[in-house]
Design a protein around this ligand. Structure first.
Ligand code: SAM
Length: 232
């Protein structure tokens, strides 16, 4: 039994740069009884580097429903369970929501251990308004659903943050440019990593900047809010 009090600890982990691990994150991962990982092999790489020997189990989108109860049972048996995703904050386009909502129903403590999150990291450096924003996750990949969603997002009065794959980023920028070539957008790529890059401009400018360039790595896209029509 560890010294940590029983509960579900939502431990954020780096989104690329291991230097972003905090003292508190390392302490929780070292001292908890079990670490529930989205991908045990990926998390083990960090744990080995940190010489953390805590037992790991898997907790991912395909077993989330069943495993949430297992994690809750551990806590009900006085164990401390850390939940980590492959990168960033658990629960943000990553598993954790289920164990948190079910855990609350079971009256067990939920303890967030804050840290890196690609959404906030991208947003704050985008240069677009940060006072109110909406996060969309991944867009539908194609078809009417995707087009409709993009149209809706271009009508947003809040800054829009979303994830896009490097394989569809040109397509997305062109889709936006077709609907609103003057809309400011920012591509935030490989945040906190060696090839970190921000591409800023109107959708048309960003489309031209991208040209035939193949973008690699992970990407967050930030879209400026719809300009409010001035009513006299
Ligand atoms: N929970 C994570 C977080 O808090 O950042 C997000 C997980 S989501 C499944 C993975 C997506 O996050 C990637 O496809 C990419 O869009 C974005 N992402 C994660 N790390 C990133 C990075 N270092 N740079 C840019 N985008 C990143």
């Amino acid at each position: 039994m560890s010294e940590l009090s029983p509960g579900i600890y939502l431990v954020s982990t780096p989104i690329g740069n291991l230097g972003d691990l905090s003292e508190r994150q390392i302490e929780i991962l070292t001292d908890c009884d079990i670490i529930a990982c989205e991908d045990t092999r990926r998390s083990k790489k960090i744990l080995v580097k940190l010489k953390i020997k805590t037992r790991v189990i898997s907790y991912h989108e395909h077993n989330e429903l069943r495993k949430s109860q297992t994690l809750i049972d551990y806590v009900l048996n006085e164990k401390s369970v850390a939940v980590v995703s492959d990168a960033g904050t658990p629960g943000i386009s990553d598993p954790a929501y289920r164990v948190v909502s079910e855990g609350i129903k079971n009256n067990i403590p939920i303890i967030p251990i804050p840290g890196p999150c690609s959404i906030i990291t991208a947003l704050v450096a985008s240069g677009l308004p940060t006072d109110s924003f909406v996060f969309e996750g991944f867009l539908p990949q194609k078809g009417e659903k995707r087009r409709g969603k993009i149209e809706t997002l271009l009508n947003e009065n809040r800054t829009v943050v979303l994830f896009e794959s490097p394989f569809r980023i040109h397509k997305l920028v062109d889709e936006i440019a077709l609907l609103d070539s003057e809309r400011k957008i920012v591509i935030a790529r490989e945040l906190t990593k060696v090839y970190e890059e921000f591409i800023r401009g109107t959708s048309l400018e960003v489309s031209q900047l991208l040209g035939n360039r193949k973008l690699k790595g992970e990407i967050v896209v930030i879209i400026d809010r719809k300009k409010r029509t001035k009513i006299d």
